[in-house]
Design a protein around this ligand. Structure first.
Ligand code: F0G
Length: 397
């Protein structure tokens, strides 16, 4: 069953519907978990090991073996910050971001519904993922990208997998509004995270974190927030497993935004339940360059209900954290993902995070998504002939 998170109106699972027809709010799938957690054991480590908890038709699954991502204990960085730190590396998914979790479920629903065309607006990763899954499913794929603001790797993926790519003269929020209007006119099936099936895939990040910690909850999950779907999804996942009795505690959901694109943090600071859109969002972390997040209600609920927190970080703090994680722990992430590490550092400094807390930072996309930003942050390689004497001298300097 699909249910409106605001007025509780109910809709059939197979209705193609993105927002509540009665009040206009966002929707979610209602799932009851009536299995034992033991059934997940011994299964192949993809998100489909949780198939009983994902409300789609198993015979229609479109998958690239997503999920089951690395869960790295980061002792060096953790010690530096005084916390017990684990990093969930979502860049290890098939197209290099967590979006694949949402897309395998969303595309499976698309097959169930028998649609022929899928579409999304994207800051990059959603389009890369959708293009790959549409190719695997054999569907037509249309993506709208904000012109000049999509990192190179993501653009290459969307184009290479054969999506019809439109470079929109406008920002992500404007591109999404246009894409949504076309979906409502039934030209295509919308696979942005306003589609509640997307979040059914992404909630498995929450499932896996609890499983990875041997069925215990971390004190806190920290992640970047853009369109606000992922924090909502992870909260749904951990809440479902908590309600099923698989764990005894719930984590504090902690959402980090870029200073130039921080409607959710602004709302959190005022104690509001809705955001006031930021008109011209700007940040080097182009993945989260979003001013009007569609899942703001769900995200703020997740933060309030979990006794969580929201904070902003500057572009400089993001780039510093990106380098710190890469050079201390060997984990390469794109700028938006590093916002979680930058946020952790800031909240430890501010005393919001207590020493010794067990923290899971979700790093959402791979370093190679945005090669330009990575190269710009480094000194150029030294050009040198393949002459051993010269090279030895250089090494001894
Ligand atoms: N991190 C990365 C790498 C992302 O690509 C995104 C969102 C987020 C974090 C934020 O997640 O929107 O669920 O709050 N990227 C979308 C896209 C908007 O189009 O690829 P969110």
């Amino acid at each position: 069953m699909i249910r409106c998170v605001s007025c509780g109106a109910e809709y059939d699972d197979d209705e193609v519907i993105y927002t509540c027809e009665k009040c206009g709010s966002v929707l979610e799938l209602v799932s009851d978990i009536d299995v034992s957690k033991d059934i997940f054991e011994g299964r192949k480590d993809t998100l489909w090991k949780f198939k009983e908890c994902i409300p789609v038709d198993e015979s229609k699954i479109v998958s690239l073996n997503e999920g089951g991502t690395p869960f790295c204990k980061c002792d060096k960085l953790g010690e530096e910050l005084g916390v017990n730190l684990y990093v969930k590396v979502e860049g290890s998914n098939p197209t290099g971001s967590f979006k694949d979790r949402g897309m395998t479920v969303g595309m499976t629903k698309a097959m169930e519904l028998g649609v022929s065309t899928v579409g999304c607006a994207s800051t990059g990763n959603t389009s890369a993922s959708l293009a790959a899954y549409a190719a695997r499913a054999g569907l037509r794929c249309i993506v709208f990208l904000p012109s000049g603001k999509v990192a190179l790797g993501k653009l290459a993926q969307a184009m290479f997998h054969g999506a019809e790519v439109m470079s929109i003269n406008g920002n992500f929020d404007e591109a999404l509004e246009a894409m949504t209007a076309l979906a409502l006119e039934k030209h295509l099936y919308l696979l942005n995270s306003i589609n509640p099936y997307r979040l059914e895939g992404q909630k498995t990040i929450g499932y896996e974190i609890l499983r990875d910690l041997n069925w215990e909850a971390p004190d806190r999950i920290i992640l970047p927030v853009g369109n606000a779907g992922n924090i909502s999804a992870i909260w749904k996942g951990v809440s479902e497993f908590y309600n099923a009795g698989f764990v005894k505690d719930l984590p504090m959901m902690t959402g980090i935004q870029a200073e130039g694109a921080c409607p959710v943090t602004n709302a959190f600071r005022k104690g509001d339940k809705r955001v006031v859109p930021v008109e011209n969002p700007e940040t080097i972390a182009t993945a989260i360059r979003i001013g009007a997040p569609v899942s703001d209600i769900k995200a703020l609920n997740a933060i309030y209900d979990s006794n969580g927190y929201s904070e902003t970080v500057s572009d400089e703090e993001i780039l510093d954290a990106q380098k710190l994680l890469a050079r201390t722990e060997g984990i390469g992430v794109e700028p938006a993902s590093a916002a979680s590490i930058a946020g952790l550092k800031k909240l430890v400094d501010q005393g919001v995070i207590d020493k010794g807390e067990t923290i899971t930072c979700v790093v959402t996309g791979h370093l190679l998504k945005d090669p330009n930003t990575a190269i710009d942050a480094c000194t150029k390689p030294t050009e040198v002939d393949a002459d051993i004497d010269t090279l030895r001298k250089l090494l001894m300097e």
